[in-house]
Design a protein around this ligand. Structure first.
Ligand code: NAD
Ligand code: ZN
Length: 273
């Protein structure tokens, strides 16, 4: 990891954001690292303990649904105990104060929505409809389940008992096993990605926070903005495949760099909840 973003780089990113119309904020697991949630890749990433093809695939679920649910349940509980960090809050305030921001996330932890709620209703209440700060969730969410047989989806926030196959949650309608409503490797992304590409093609800036930019097609969202003539600003302590295409790369953690970057551009460094 490098020493951190310089104030000249932050200023340059701010100038670009101030002069632009239409911003897509594309976020990944690194954004929630500062809330204590493990990433998949990068230092301390989860894939060092669990290989993706062992757990985050339809085949893995067919082979051993209990093991897959056990892994998800541990991550769901960690997410349920986590709080949005300063970067989630600054992004929410940025989206509420401006009317041209779309948040697109690969995260499934629900922290963008929590930040939106606390910034929209907290003591320093930001103006704007809360829906502006709710993200397009490209990879689904921990807090919804889907039937493996009839496909019915529903919200599910309760604890899941993954101690045996018999205790796993089942569909009220058809009795088949329920699975997390997240996108697994090899599965299609649904209509959220089309909406994200549409916004990205109209945006003058794509601000990319905490993603390794290797999971497709999510990583292409930034390239759509770039190809349409817009700029990419990246916040990541590590270099990524997008770095050579960026107008500004802030080599810093999200919770440090994002509030500084967005202060004065609509967001705030001290958005309180
Ligand atoms: P990733 O794990 O592939 O990469 C994480 C990136 O974040 C790395 O580039 C790393 O350098 C960077 N990073 C680490 N700490 C950071 C910090 N403090 N501030 C800013 N950046 C930091 O994540 P990804 O690109 O989002 O991978 C995609 C997949 O990971 C998605 O399918 C997503 O659903 C899944 N995922 C989500 C969560 C979550 O919802 N919190 C957690 C783990 C994985
Ligand atoms: Zn069913």
């Amino acid at each position: 990891m490098t020493a951190g973003a310089t104030s000249a780089e932050i200023d340059r990113g701010r100038d670009i954001l101030r002069a632009s119309r239409g911003v897509v904020v594309l976020t990944g697991a690194g954004l929630s690292a500062d809330s204590g949630l493990a990433t998949f890749r990068g230092p301390g990433g989860q894939w060092r303990k669990h290989r993706p093809e062992e757990l985050a695939t339809p085949e893995a679920f067919r082979r051993d649904p209990r093991l897959v649910w056990e892994w998800y349940e541990a991550r769901r509980r960690a997410a349920a105990e986590a709080a949005p960090n300063d970067a989630h809050r600054a992004i929410a305030e940025f989206a509420l104060r401006r009317d041209d921001v779309t948040i697109v996330t690969q995260n499934v932890d629900g922290l963008h929505a929590l930040a939106a709620r606390c910034v929209a209703t907290g003591p320093r209440r930001a103006p704007g409809n809360i829906s502006r700060a709710l993200p397009l969730e490209l990879h689904g969410t921990f807090y919804r389940v889907r039937c493996t047989s009839c496909g019915r989806r529903r919200e599910h926030r309760d604890l899941i008992d993954a101690s045996s196959k018999e205790t796993l949650p089942r569909c009220d309608d058809c009795g088949a096993l329920l699975r997390p409503d997240v996108v697994w490797f090899g599965e299609p992304l649904g209509e959220a990605i089309e909406r994200a590409f549409g916004c990205a093609s109209q945006a003058e800036v794509c601000l990319v926070v905490g993603t390794s930019a290797v999971v497709q097609p999510a990583a292409s969202v930034a390239m759509v903005t770039r190809r349409a003539g817009g700029a990419i600003i990246e916040v990541n302590p590590e270099e990524t495949p997008l770095s050579p295409m960026c107008a500004v790369s802030l080599r810093d953690t999200a919770a440090t760099a994002v509030p500084m970057l967005l202060a004065g551009c609509g967001g705030s460094s001290t958005a309180a909840c």
